[in-house]
Design a protein around this ligand. Structure first.
Ligand SMILES: C[S@@+](CC[C@H](N)C(=O)[O-])C[C@H]1O[C@@H](n2cnc3c(N)ncnc32)[C@H](O)[C@@H]1O
Length: 376
């Protein structure tokens, strides 16, 4: 086998293809200690599941290395458990400078048409254009490089479809690292246990959650409809001083994690979580709320009647919806017409863009103050 070194990025030599020896993780240190003269220490090793790929110096004497490895590993009770192969390595000195886009360019040999990354706890969820994925092997290689470059990431998953169904779940495929979907995510001094496959959670809403929390006034009763694993509930309880925060979520798995999240965050305000359909909860609940958060952008307009029923005589609702900039005013007019038909006086306090979900389509939050008229 010839030692190969291929310059992948002509501008800046950031990754190179190099002959390596692949050994089980538990032998990697032994190989480093005893066969140091064969190893190229300017390159980072790659961890690939249970194995470590150790880059070799250019022109190293393979016959001598093979002999030394065989003796060394046999002494450690493991005959012939190594393999020579070529792989792509990142240079140590610049490893941490690589952006995901650079990494993509280096591994795929062309820029990504689309590269979305969500980091939830120690899980990275990648979103790529299918047409960019040359082969499964190159995709895995990219995921391995991602792990090697971002040490706080332990799992790399690929998003294979959009969010769907009532629970707004995403389809994910395991690519590299630890094969898991549950992680602990930190945000604004709070921690959330999340299952990225079985529950909805978006780290991109962190800023929006804090915005809402800061609007909550002392002593308010707050209802979070569609509360998921309870990020709004927890951030509100942590960063403001309400009397009560109630969360209602239909997905039992999200509800279970929400209960854990309330516990682990040591929150002072009173919190109640219900695993229920908001429609049903509205029928059984007799209390009213000063503030109602409605984070279900695709569907929350179908719950306006419920929001009015559960609001105090003067309340604020935070209604989320998806819209382009052009369509927004018409959508707001329609929402206001539906609300006015329910006998409430309205005023639009704010409309906030809280993220983008597709080309020219944004997530908006309408902060609406409503005052119930006597007869409603
Ligand atoms: C867009 S997610 C938001 C979750 C959470 N608020 C967050 O920000 O992470 C909407 C959530 O509403 C839940 N859901 C959908 N329809 C529901 C209904 N009719 N009643 C209660 N929860 C519902 C879904 O299971 C999902 O967890």
């Amino acid at each position: 086998m010839n030692n190969a070194e291929r310059k992948i990025d002509n501008e800046k030599l950031v990754t190179i293809e190099r002959l390596c020896v692949k050994v089980r993780k538990r032998f990697a240190n032994t190989v480093f200690k005893h066969l140091t003269s064969f190893i190229d220490k300017a390159l980072k090793t790659n961890t690939v599941q249970e194995f470590v790929e150790i880059p070799l110096k250019q022109g190293c004497d393979l016959k001598a290395l093979k002999k030394a490895l065989t003796t060394l590993l046999a002494r450690n009770g493991c005959d012939h458990c190594f393999e020579f192969k070529t792989s792509i390595f990142v240079k140590k000195s610049i490893a941490m400078e690589l952006s995901p886009k650079q990494l993509f360019l280096n591994v795929f040999g062309k820029p990504a048409s689309r590269l979305g990354i969500d980091i939830v706890g120690d899980i990275a969820i990648l979103e790529l254009d299918n047409r960019d994925i040359a082969s499964e092997a190159v995709l895995k290689q990219f995921a391995e490089q991602f792990l090697n470059n971002y040490k706080h990431v332990k799992t790399v998953l690929l998003k294979t479809g959009g969010r769907s169904g009532e629970f707004r779940l995403q389809e994910l495929k395991f690519l590299a690292g630890v094969n898991k979907t549950v992680t602990m995510h930190r945000e604004h001094g709070c921690v959330f246990k999340v299952d990225v496959a079985k529950t909805y959670f978006s780290p991109r809403l962190a800023h929006e959650r804090l915005r809402i929390a800061r609007l909550v006034k002392h002593g308010e009763n707050v209802l979070v409809m569609f509360s998921g694993v309870a990020p709004y509930v927890v951030v509100i309880a942590k960063h403001s001083n309400p009397s009560l925060v109630v969360g209602v979520e239909k997905n039992p798995k999200a509800h279970k994690l929400a209960l854990e999240n309330v516990k682990i965050n040591n929150l002072k305000p009173r919190i109640e979580l219900y695993c229920d359909d908001v429609k049903h909860y509205t029928v059984v609940e007799k209390r009213v709320f000063d503030r109602i958060v409605m984070p279900l952008p695709r569907d929350s307009q179908n719950f306006l009647r419920e929001a009015v029923k559960l609001s105090s005589s003067k309340a604020v609702i935070h209604l989320y919806l998806f819209s382009s900039v052009e369509d927004l005013n018409v959508k707001i007019e329609n929402i206001f017409s539906s609300l006015e038909a329910l006998n409430v006086k309205l005023s639009l306090l704010n409309k906030v863009q809280a993220g983008q979900f597709a080309s020219k389509q944004y997530r908006w939050c309408l902060d609406i103050e409503l005052e119930k008229e006597k007869s409603s």
